[in-house]
Design a protein around this ligand. Structure first.
Ligand SMILES: NC(=O)C1=CN([C@@H]2O[C@H](COP(=O)(O)OP(=O)(O)OC[C@H]3O[C@@H](n4cnc5c(N)ncnc54)[C@H](OP(=O)(O)O)[C@@H]3O)[C@@H](O)[C@H]2O)[C@@H](O)CC1
Ligand SMILES: Nc1ncnc2c1ncn2[C@@H]1O[C@H](COP(=O)(O)OP(=O)(O)O)[C@@H](O)[C@H]1O
Length: 294
């Protein structure tokens, strides 16, 4: 497949993130990340830490796990709020520039209600990952809400499934997905009308408007729980900054996908991994690479 597909080459776009001397946190955007059910709070914290370290002006977490929402965290910069059923008023009061939903979200009724709430929140970039994808796979109403949002606001959502999540969305097995990843990617776009990132070795990215590109970076050291959560947080951060830096969701997602994999490769080249490579280390390496590319 690698010989048939164009290569993802998005890092040249990083220079758009260079900050003017008078810029402030408002210029860097407000990201709202939603997930972190009991037992999976780490997924949301990893996404939040990635979002913080990749430069969002504000990183706000709607956390489903009460204990974690109220606990001291290593990153006091994160603004953590316990997710309640007051979904519309939280969205209205927060006024986010970008929303990411899914890391550790779980499949509760409240999780479904939040997903429906953000699907109805208009015309800002939306990143849909992990359990949010599993919920859409299991609910015609949620799928239709996503399709309708994409008709109204084209180019304003991205889905980031791994092969297991892609399989659930398409009603096939993950082996089927892996047997023809390009076909699976095209079907995901036909189904949802979203930008789609099919993760795994040689991650693929395409959209209703953009032909498929293949990421050549990345390595099996990335097979550690939480590695996808930091991609979601990174897309959120770059997209939040992109709002005032002339980058759209497609471009911001492309940067994040390549930066994420390149950072993992960079760490392996320094002897940090592949065995034992952690998402938290990868966040810091992404930050370092990004700043070198400005
Ligand atoms: N620290 C935390 O709190 C963390 C919490 N997390 C949270 O946990 C929740 C469940 O998410 P999850 O992804 O762990 O499980 P799940 O949806 O059952 O998918 C796994 C199955 O998918 C497939 N598959 C995946 N990748 C593949 C590949 N490259 N290539 C091929 N196949 C691949 C494979 O399926 P198989 O091939 O075995 O059929 C695999 O068994 C979610 O909310 C998440 O955010 C995690 O983020 C971790 C850190
Ligand atoms: N063998 C591999 N080669 C390249 N990238 C990989 C490999 N295995 C995993 N990855 C990457 O690691 C990340 C794993 O994401 P995901 O499965 O969603 O993790 P999690 O749900 O634990 O956060 C994806 O970006 C995927 O592309």
């Amino acid at each position: 497949m690698s010989s048939q597909l164009a290569t993802l080459a998005a890092l040249k776009l990083v220079k758009f993130l260079k900050r003017g001397t008078a810029e402030h946190k408002g210029s860097a955007g407000k990201a709202l990340l939603i997930g972190g059910a009991p037992g999976m709070a780490g997924a949301l914290l990893l996404a939040g830490n990635a979002c913080l370290h990749l430069g969002a002006g504000w990183t706000m977490l709607e956390m489903f796990d009460p204990a974690s929402a109220h606990a001291y965290q290593d990153s006091p910069e994160l603004m953590i709020h316990l997710a309640s059923s007051e979904i519309d008023s939280v969205l209205l009061n927060t006024q986010p520039d970008v929303i990411a939903i899914g890391p550790g979200l779980g499949k509760s009724d409240l999780a479904s209600a939040w997903l429906m709430g953000v699907l109805h929140y208009p015309n800002i970039p939306l990143i849909i990952d992990a359990d949010a994808l599993n919920l859409i796979a299991a609910s015609r109403d949620l799928l239709e809400a996503l399709q309708k949002r994409n008709q109204q606001f084209p180019g304003q959502s991205v889905i980031t499934p791994h092969p297991g999540e892609a399989a659930k969305l398409l009603g096939i097995s993950s082996e089927d997905v892996q047997a023809n990843r390009l076909s699976a990617l095209e079907k995901l776009i036909a189904l949802t009308q979203s930008i789609a990132v099919l993760k795994g070795q040689h991650t693929l990215i395409a959209s209703p408007k953009n032909a498929a590109l293949q990421c050549q970076e990345g390595n099996p050291g990335m097979g550690t729980g939480g590695m996808g959560d930091i991609l979601t947080g990174s897309i959120a951060a770059i997209t939040a900054q992109g709002v005032r830096h002339q980058l759209d969701l497609w471009e911001s997602t492309s940067i994040a996908v390549q930066l994420h994999a390149a950072a993992a490769d960079s760490l392996v080249s320094k002897g940090i991994g592949p065995i034992g490579l952690t998402p938290s280390e990868t966040i810091l390496e992404m930050r370092s690479l990004l700043n070198k590319l400005l």
